[in-house]
Design a protein around this ligand. Structure first.
Ligand code: CA
Length: 226
């Protein structure tokens, strides 16, 4: 799951980044509402953790703006303003959950997991393409209905391709899905993951589009897309 953290308190942001990455989340961080809206538009995070007190605009304003185009994007509000009124206002404007500062890291992790489960439920849990299927609730992959062991990033890469059948995903797009900003990425990292996926799923499943990127072809007519 790719998270976007919108928080201008740097020490807090740094400790959140550390804790969430250690839990296997891919996390990017911005400090302003304007930057948040731009990143939500261009990088399509799966979930946003949004501070209410931002330097350029109120977090509720950010929420209102992003809801115009992103009605489904889950948003967890963070705020020091622990009043019932703010909470009601935030939830009325389309926040999915709310956490008052200071909060316990375990509480945040529990909320994120619960939101993650809700996301998986609303999206189709089983993506099937030919002989390969993935269960996004269990984060598991099957070849001819037999489970296949996957490293976390192999799974994320496969999922990105399967969610975009027929579309060529460039190396840069895949890196953005798999790694946080600033995280050290070997220049051949994506190629290495692709190599492992092909070893596990067969050579023909993922096509290389030379000089552009990778693609899983759109399923043929009549193929299951569950
Ligand atoms: Ca703040």
């Amino acid at each position: 799951m790719q998270l976007l953290l919108v928080e201008d308190d740097r020490p807090l942001a740094r400790s959140l980044e550390k804790a969430l990455r250690a839990q296997g989340f891919t996390l990017n961080h911005v400090e302003t509402g304007a930057a948040a809206l731009h990143v939500i538009d261009t990088e399509h995070p799966d979930l946003v953790i949004l501070d209410l007190g931002l330097p350029d605009m109120d977090g509720l304003e950010v929420l209102k703006k992003l809801r115009k185009t992103q009605s489904e994007l889950p948003v967890l509000l963070l705020t020091a303003r622990d009043t019932v009124q703010d909470k009601v206002q935030g939830l009325n404007q389309g926040a999915d959950d709310y956490l008052a500062k200071p909060f316990d890291m375990n509480e945040l992790l529990a909320r994120l997991r619960a939101m993650g489960r809700r996301i998986s439920k609303t999206r189709s849990a089983l993506l099937r393409y030919g002989r390969v299927s993935i269960d996004s609730n269990e984060q598991s992959v099957f070849l001819d209905d037999q489970p296949v062991e996957m490293a976390r990033r192999e799974y994320m890469l496969l999922k990105s391709l399967l969610e975009n059948p027929g579309r060529v995903l460039t190396r840069a797009m895949l890196e953005a899905r798999l790694y946080s900003w600033g995280e050290e990425v070997a220049s051949n990292a994506i190629e290495v993951h692709i190599h492992h996926l092909r070893r596990k799923l067969g050579n023909d499943f993922i096509k290389t589009i030379r000089g552009v990127g990778y693609q899983v072809s759109a399923p043929a007519k009549g193929a299951e897309t569950a």
